[in-house]
Ligand binder design. Structure first.
Ligand code: GLP
Length: 259
């Protein structure tokens, strides 16, 4: 795991966009996309690069991490709609190449199994963008999710519903249930890119990166993966015990190495 402490959220966004640009320039690629506020800067940066020098996503497929149960695809807060508004609708993904879970599926088990099949058929995910919840959730894998879990239905905690209430008129409008890639599914992506900015994420980041691997902190599953980049700003890094070591190591990283 490589922990990279950057001065500002804008630096986090630029560095994450660099990783994604490098991947999509290699040729046909599969990205795992996260929603939430954290990756917005990265998406804005990628949209700008698309406009400035035609960075293209027309050979890229994308899979969303999660979706609310009970929101039709067209609902403005369904993650289908959110990712289109925040990113994919402003660049040149081909029609049908951005995949999400159907939160209205009558049979959640069949839907989630099928989604796993689509990811596998695409060849697996090259780069998976991730945010982290204040309680350490990844995707919508709330505390006590199995480290080996697959895509499935989950019940949101009160805290997550409260945290996401800002996107809805009232907290009671936040769905109780979600479909989410499991921790085992996420761990199959070839490169995990966790982004965290702001003081509110500092405890969760420290628990995920320096705490024990424990189901009580789902993001600690990152420690089980061979290729993880954790991009944090100073505020999100503030509770890390070894932050000097991480900064020192990154400062002396050979230029050829990349992330
Ligand atoms: C949401 C999403 C996660 C996201 C997390 C943090 O509930 N399901 O994918 O990473 O919570 O969100 P934010 O980046 O807005 O803090």
């Amino acid at each position: 795991m490589e922990i990279i402490i950057l001065a500002t959220p804008a630096d986090v966004a630029r560095t994450a966009a660099d990783v994604i640009e490098q991947q999509v320039r290699l040729g046909p690629s599969v990205l795992g996309l996260a929603t939430g506020s954290t990756p917005l800067g990265t998406y804005r940066e990628l949209i700008e690069r698309h406009r400035k020098y035609r960075l293209s996503f027309n050979q890229t497929q994308a899979f969303l991490l999660d979706e609310y149960v009970g929101l039709p695809t067209a609902h403005p807060q369904s993650y289908h709609s959110v990712i289109r508004a925040d990113f994919t609708g402003s660049v040149d993904f081909r029609p049908g190449s951005v995949h999400g879970l159907n939160g209205m599926a009558g049979d959640a088990e069949a839907e989630t199994a099928e989604y796993e099949g689509h990811i596998a058929a695409a060849g697996g995910i090259d780069v998976q963008l991730l945010g982290i919840g204040a309680d350490g959730h990844l995707g919508f894998n709330e505390p006590m999710s199995s480290m080996s879990s697959r895509t499935r239905i989950k019940t949101l905690t009160r805290q997550t519903r409260q945290d996401n209430a800002r996107f809805f008129t009232h907290v009671d409008d936040v769905p109780n249930h979600v479909l989410t890639q499991g921790l085992g599914t996420i761990r199959e992506a070839r490169h995990l890119l966790l982004l965290a900015t702001g003081r509110a994420k500092a405890e969760a980041v420290a628990a995920a990166v320096e705490g024990p691997v424990a189901a009580s902190c789902p993001a600690s599953a990152l420690q089980l993966h061979p290729h993880v980049s954790v991009l944090v700003d100073e505020a999100a890094a503030s509770q890390l015990a070894h932050r000097e070591y991480y900064s020192d190591t990154y400062g002396r990283k050979p230029a050829w190495q990349g992330l």
